[in-house]
Design a protein around this ligand. Structure first.
Ligand SMILES: NC(=O)c1ccc[n+]([C@@H]2O[C@H](COP(=O)([O-])OP(=O)(O)OC[C@H]3O[C@@H](n4cnc5c(N)ncnc54)[C@H](OP(=O)(O)O)[C@@H]3O)[C@@H](O)[C@H]2O)c1
Length: 282
């Protein structure tokens, strides 16, 4: 019932369509949360250098007794390390904190077009090095807008395997998703339930009641049927279990359309805008 489908990436690798996100999980709580998730059957964990919990993610995966190859691990480059030399150092630290010889997927976390003289291209070329030397199986980007993707296409050799962007019923982000579909870039939907903000929406709660599922399951199932990759975050075991049970029901096209119609465009965005976000940690 819970067999998680795989999504084929443009480099020949594949990724479990459902994973577990660890943004805003305190380092002290991370190993326990990841262990619980692995026990429930999750085999894909999404972390980042800026989340400060890579070490604990690695610890939990090693302690699980699972083979390294059975768990898909993503991490992301810190906003403070876009210069190639810094990126090389930061990536080395990611591997050593995780305690792994490779990561399955490594992303540029934000394009930061107003930083580093607008140059995310040399950062991308540095990720290409990590891919060529085998320390990353797939490379991708996060929070890239269409113009950022077009620039990579014009100036570099490798098409990103994924683009991880904010997507949920209040921000369907379809222009960026469509560019990805047309160019073989898989979309990963971050904050898939808008950190809970969409769960009280009457359209969602009605569909939940009708299908006998929870609002979170309805929204996550909507993402799955749109072919996006999701990794909801929770530190609550009952919610982790609920969020994993998405493969024993299907939404009809009317329900799919009704959820998509909740899109509020830019007003629905909950996180920073990729064109202007310029946070760099000290
Ligand atoms: N690339 C980026 O820039 C970026 C940005 C943001 C997020 N992400 C990634 O995307 C992942 C998911 O996004 P997110 O963590 O922002 O938000 P999210 O998964 O949309 O929502 C997480 C929040 O919803 C609650 N929740 C989870 N399952 C629930 C359920 N079944 N019913 C009710 N509430 C539920 C959680 O509470 P409890 O934990 O208290 O249970 C938590 O407060 C992150 O962990 C991270 O891996 C990436």
């Amino acid at each position: 019932m819970n067999a998680v489908p795989s999504i084929a990436l443009n480099d020949g690798n594949s990724i479990p369509q459902l994973g577990f996100g660890v943004f805003q999980i305190e380092p002290k709580d991370t190993a326990e949360a990841v262990s619980e998730a692995l026990e429930l059957g999750y085999r894909h964990v999404d972390t980042a250098e800026m989340y400060g919990n890579e070490k604990e993610v690695g610890e939990a995966i090693r302690a699980s007794g699972l083979d390294r190859g059975d768990v898909f691990v993503t991490s992301k480059l810190s906003n403070g390390a876009h210069e190639p030399g810094d990126a090389r150092e930061a990536f080395g630290a990611t591997l050593s904190d995780l305690g792994f010889e490779y990561v399955d997927l490594f992303l540029i976390h934000w394009p930061l077009p107003t930083r580093y003289g607008g140059d995310f291209v040399s950062t991308w070329k540095t990720l290409e090095e990590f891919h060529s030397d085998g320390r990353v199986r797939s490379i991708g980007v996060s929070n890239f807008q269409v113009e950022h993707l077009e620039r990579l296409a014009a100036e570099t050799e490798t098409v990103p395997a994924v683009n991880q962007i904010e997507v949920h019923p209040y921000l369907t982000n379809d222009a960026v998703r469509s560019y990805g579909q047309e160019h073989g870039i898989a979309t990963e939907a971050w904050s898939p339930i808008a950190q809970g903000a969409v769960l009280d929406d009457p359209t969602i709660t009605e569909i939940a009641e009708k299908t006998g599922k929870t609002p979170a399951q309805v929204v996550l199932r909507w993402h799955i049927q749109r072919s996006d990759i999701v990794f909801p975050k929770s530190v609550t075991p009952s919610r982790m279990k609920e969020n994993f049970e998405l493969f024993d029901f299907e939404l009809g096209s009317e329900d799919m359309d009704a959820i998509s119609a909740l899109d509020r465009g830019e007003e629905g965005r909950t996180g920073p805008h990729p064109d202007t976000f310029d946070y760099v940690p000290n």
